[in-house]
Design a protein around this ligand. Structure first.
Ligand SMILES: [Zn+2]
Length: 256
């Protein structure tokens, strides 16, 4: 069977000397694996379109369980990512998170659009990475069925006022009195609480249109990571790599 689709390469793995196994997120189809024969050869017509972070048009042939790419045209390679190793590492993490959240062969066009937009803002260096990471983490989880309860007050008593805490395992907020009922509750500063509500409900195109001062931004970043880790029940390897890279770059900058 032959078919075509536009899609984003979320992951690539070298197989043998010249072939690649790709994970694509395709419009109207969802996440799928495909074989790109000879895609590592310099003269291969598949070379650029079958690389990580590329969005393009792909033609496939399916024989049994195996899907093979027969032709591919890149539309956007997010070339700007290649100029900044930290942004590249963050892009790899966002793609792995997207890949983890997608069910196999179930249309995930909203998640695809969210991921493309994140790659675009990172590639164009239009938005601070520190905003992109937690905003993407929270929004992608919210869109995938893990919308935290932020709008109805404390999850136990419904209290709306006063200091609130967020519990990633309960998936919502708790008042001062009930914060102790969840072991992973962490106090939420009002600006981070507002940022979380904004990210969960705003128009996806305006996802990164807000600012936070440095300290709440760090708190927002930690919240995003903890919510992902708790929800998925694991830490993604690409996040560990991004974190180590950030630490190394900070140390180098401090010593200069
Ligand atoms: Zn309460």
């Amino acid at each position: 069977m032959e078919f075509s689709a536009r899609g984003l390469v979320l992951a690539e793995r070298t197989v043998g000397e010249w072939d690649k196994s790709l994970t694509l997120l395709c419009e109207g189809i969802g996440k799928m694996s495909a074989w790109a024969k000879g895609a590592k050869r310099v003269k291969s017509p598949l070379l650029s379109a079958c690389s990580m972070f590329t969005f393009g048009s792909y033609s496939f042939v399916k024989k049994g369980e195996r899907v093979t790419v027969t032709s591919a045209q890149p539309e956007e390679t997010f070339f700007g990512l290649r100029g900044d190793v930290r942004r590249l590492a963050l892009a790899a993490y966002l793609c792995e998170l997207c890949k983890t959240l997608c069910a196999e062969q179930q249309p995930e066009d909203a998640l695809l659009s969210l991921t493309l937009n994140a790659l675009y803002v990172l590639s164009a260096a239009k938005v601070q990475e520190e905003i992109v990471k937690p905003a993407f983490e929270l929004r992608s989880l919210a869109q995938s069925g893990f919308l935290p309860s932020l709008e109805s007050g404390c999850m136990v008593c419904g209290e709306q006022g006063g200091p609130m805490s967020f519990s990633p395992s309960a998936g919502g907020i708790l008042c001062e009195k009930h914060a102790g009922t969840q072991r992973d509750c962490a106090p939420l500063s009002p600006s981070v609480f507002s940022a979380m509500r904004y990210v969960c409900t705003c128009d996806a195109k305006k996802l990164y249109s807000f600012r936070l001062p440095e300290i709440p931004l760090r708190e927002f970043g930690e919240m995003g990571e903890t919510y992902v880790k708790t929800t998925l029940g694991m830490q993604l390897q690409t996040l560990q790599f991004y974190r180590l890279l950030c630490d190394d770059i900070r140390k180098i900058e401090e010593n200069q």
